[in-house]
Design a protein around this ligand. Sequence first.
Ligand code: SF4
Length: 455
Amino acid sequence: MISVFEMFKIGIGPSSSHTVGPMIAAKRFADEVRDNGQLPQVGRVLVELYGSLALTGIGHGTVDALLNGLEGQTPRDVDPAAILPRAKQLIAGADLQLAGIHPVPFTARTDCLMHRDQALPRHPNGMRCSAFAADGSLLASTVYYSVGGGFVVTEAEFDQAPLTRTPPPYPFTTAAELLGFCRQENKSIAQIVLANECTWQPEQDIRRQLLEIAETMAMCVRRGCKADGILPGPFKVRRRAPGLYTKLYDMLETGRNDVMLWPLVYALAVSEENAAGGRVVTAPTNGAAGIVPAVLQFYCDFHPDPNDAGIVDFLLTAAAIGMLYKRNASISGAEVGCQGEVGVACSMAAGAYCAVLGGTLAQIENAAEIAMEHHLGLTCDPVGGLVQVPCIERNGVAAEKAIKIAQLALLESGEHVVSLDQVIATMYRTGMDMRNSYKETSLAGLAVTIALPDC
Ligand code: SF4
């Protein structure tokens, strides 16, 4: 079973698979070398990136993240503002502090290689970390795959049973099983997921952590609605959320307010923070990190009685839906395109919003299903390999869509033709049929239509 706290991870932008995952993998490698007692012997570290990580790694800040990870930083605890300056020092020739304590000479040209024309066999996001002694002999080498949403597995773990933890009372793997447990026990989706989560930690800790996640999301909305300026990268994309936020406030005063523009602006705010490398929560990924927080903020701002219990139920329900995609399809744009990121986030948000508005199980399933059905086939073609165009606007549009879909589902009986399990299976098959050039490689779509500006 996947935990709620694996679906929602506090981390850094701009990408869960290309920034958060590589930082986690690099830290795991440094810890492994340290724990094996090899640290004092290490004279060189080599990192090799393959496939999508190599093709869009520069724009996604992959190298900056993994260098900080080798020095022992984690996405949750690192100061986002310190990542780039430290990476620049290392690239300029400073010694790498492996695991934060052992100095190793580092030369970016030879010690960090981008194999843009090669892919490792298990997943498009592959990387190999190696450590060598001063005489050049190999001490350790591990292949890691960043499989989306900040999840990292080694080559060996791909063939093993997933991490063993105490089995939860409701071990659902499909939507049919999840809804079956709900009906059998007369519990909501949130209650089933909470009961599972209580297998691993006390309920009060779960609720406290979920409220911390909600607060991190809300702070991200607030920061993004204030932070004006230009996003990193050659396109000099202007942040739009602060200007739009001010305009919406002005419209409120004149009575011309379109309430559905608020979630759109909230999602832009979070996505712009993500693109700037700020503190965000994977939901389920960074590229799609604006949608769940925007809909949750909409619940907090516009529901007649928003409260902590509703926030917790929203996050538990959204996580349950995300787990179904993670388990039975993919949440990696490099594996299935943007339908696996923005499509999944929209599905999570639509189902969760329907739940906190009092939807029945059938209506919640319907909302989650509709949201994915209308993202099927969505490609991943980030311009310049940056999580900016089309990603930021795509989050805004999907946030608004999630709310309308939830409201639509609530108006009807919940009876529907396509089940959530069927649409998840269809999304995965569509992703497998999609050409690789449309899966976070920046080799097709908008990424090739829009030329890089002369710098
Ligand atoms: S296009 Fe979608 S999947 Fe690709 S980087 Fe942007 S948000 Fe992520």
